[in-house]
Write a protein of this length. Structure first.
Length: 98
């Protein structure tokens, strides 16, 4: 059974309304950036949330790969998922240092 993630409960900002934020000053302070290209600088919460969502996606991929009956294809997907999980662990470690 698939897990359903309710993004509203995670407190993610809604972009469905189509509302644009006012122009903001960029990181260097000298350029204005529109709301489409830049809503705000990613903070620690955003990084933690992104890693969490990617971790859930990797777990779901791991569950799905168990349904592949072709051994060579299954082994290939398992290797790719293992590489993704290693990168996620690195991301987790780096976000803890923030």
């Amino acid at each position: 059974m698939a897990q359903v993630i309710n993004f509203q409960q995670l407190g993610l900002p809604s972009t469905a309304s189509g509302a644009r934020s006012p122009k903001k000053i960029g990181a260097r302070g000298n350029e204005a950036v529109s709301g489409e290209a830049y809503q705000r600088l990613p903070g620690k919460e955003d990084l933690f949330r992104a890693v969490l969502l990617l971790d859930v996606a990797a777990q779901q991929a791991d569950v799905l790969v168990k349904h592949i009956t072709d051994p060579s294809r299954r082994k290939n997907f398992e290797a790719q998922i293992a590489a993704i999980q290693q990168l996620l662990q690195l991301a987790r470690d780096l976000t803890l240092k923030l």
